[in-house]
Design a protein around this ligand. Structure first.
Ligand SMILES: [Zn+2]
Length: 244
């Protein structure tokens, strides 16, 4: 099995893990930069994430267009991924989600901040991108290269950008990191909403607290343990290599 074959299996598993957590439903997707060609990325053809198989994974160029001659129908919003990979060479994996829990923070002036330790990797600042700022009235979907680039510019070096009235885009240095951020961001949003109902102020994680948790890096044994658990719960352990 080549590196790319193993990665296709891992991406298929990551799709199912996100679906299992309700981060994606019929819509939403996760991609990974190509293991040997940084100017390409791997993303499923247009399928609901829970149903994605390794053979559904297609290759795209950083212009968002099909690069492997595949005849499968691509996702309309593949430009989210293209824009982020093009803008930031450090990013190896990208998620797009319509998670309901984060949407209130995308349409109000209340910022979404990390308040629980498991969401520390979301970073101190979570910008909100409004497609209307530059593109006026649209269907809100990111369907052009220019829109993907504009979203990536708002994301900048942050891990997450909320998308007004739409969802979020998450960027990670590993597939495990982007999964962790995408799974715990909606949980963090729920905790913030519950705390606001209590009527007092919100205490966010401090910049140093976030730094201390980030010093462990995006990988590590803790994340291996999480991947193993998430895959078992999502019924897709068979897609991942055995844990060493
Ligand atoms: Zn979308």
């Amino acid at each position: 099995m080549t590196n790319t074959d193993a990665l296709r299996r891992e991406i298929a598993a990551a799709n199912r893990i996100l679906a299992h957590h309700g981060v994606v439903d019929a819509y939403g997707h996760i991609s990974h930069r190509h293991p040997t060609d940084p100017k390409r990325f791997l993303l499923s053809g247009s399928k609901s994430p829970e149903l994605v198989e390794p053979e559904d994974i297609m290759e795209f160029g950083l212009d968002g267009e099909i690069a492997d001659g595949s005849k499968m129908k691509p996702y309309l919003e593949r430009y989210i991924h293209a824009g982020i990979y093009e803008a930031n060479p450090e990013i190896m994996s990208v998620v797009h989600s319509h998670a309901l829990e984060v949407l209130p923070f995308s349409i109000s002036t209340v910022p979404l901040v990390p308040v629980i330790h498991t969401a520390s990797h979301c970073g101190a600042h979570i910008p909100v991108w409004d497609i209307a700022d530059k593109f006026g009235d649209t269907g809100l979907l990111v369907t052009t290269r220019e829109q993907g680039r504009d979203l990536a510019a708002k994301l900048a070096k942050n891990r997450i950008a909320l998308m007004r009235g739409h969802g979020f885009a998450a960027a990670g240095r590993t597939i495990g990191e982007v999964l962790k951020v995408s799974i715990y961001l909606p949980q963090n949003a729920r905790v913030v909403m519950d705390a606001m109902r209590l009527g007092g102020g919100i205490k966010a994680l401090s910049a140093r607290e976030i730094e201390i948790r980030d010093e462990a890096g995006p990988g590590g044994r803790e994340l291996d343990r999480a991947m193993e658990y998430w895959a078992a719960k999502a019924g897709c352990s068979h897609l991942l290599p055995p844990r060493k």
